[in-house]
Design a protein around this ligand. Sequence first.
Ligand code: HEC
Length: 166
Amino acid sequence: MTDNQSKSASLIGRAARDPRAARLVRHALNALCMLALPLALAPTAAFAKPPIDSEAALIAHGNYIVHRVGMCTDCHTPKDDHGMPIGAQDLQGAELHFTPDVPVPGFTNRSVRLAGLPAGYTEAQLATFLETGHTANGGMARPPMPAYRLNEHDARAVAAYLHSLN
Ligand code: HEC
């Protein structure tokens, strides 16, 4: 037995009887665990990297933004007589079923077709429009089209999704 081994053996022996020694042993074990934790986590960190953003993942994210966040369908999908969106005509452009209470300059009650990309837009131009509000020809869309300020990833995802549609 080395000196150190006999010391720790006697410390553990004392810890069984003496609460102060027990606390010391607990602290030592805690310190050991703190040291071991980063080592134990190191291999999982390699797997925790975000997945590569495949085209399919980008399109799925765009679908989510269009249908669940931006609610583009509220204005860009034709409605039936009960005001319900017509699934078979999703994002084909629509007549809006509402008008403003007060005069809104430029208000238009006709939205454009988005499926397959709006006319005159490349995917990159559409992404820029969704990030800045600037249309492909450098203007602004008329109300009630919102001037979205999506982040670059979300804007690219929406453009990729709309491009993937017919
Ligand atoms: C509140 C209704 C409304 C919502 C919600 C809406 N839009 Fe629109 N959008 C319109 C209208 C109306 C127009 C036509 C504007 C015009 O003619 O100037 C339009 C036009 C557009 C245009 C063409 C812009 C141009 O003038 O070049 C694009 C692109 C577009 N919308 C994309 C989207 C996307 C993508 C979403 C969802 C993230 C969305 N819109 C949500 C009403 C809406």
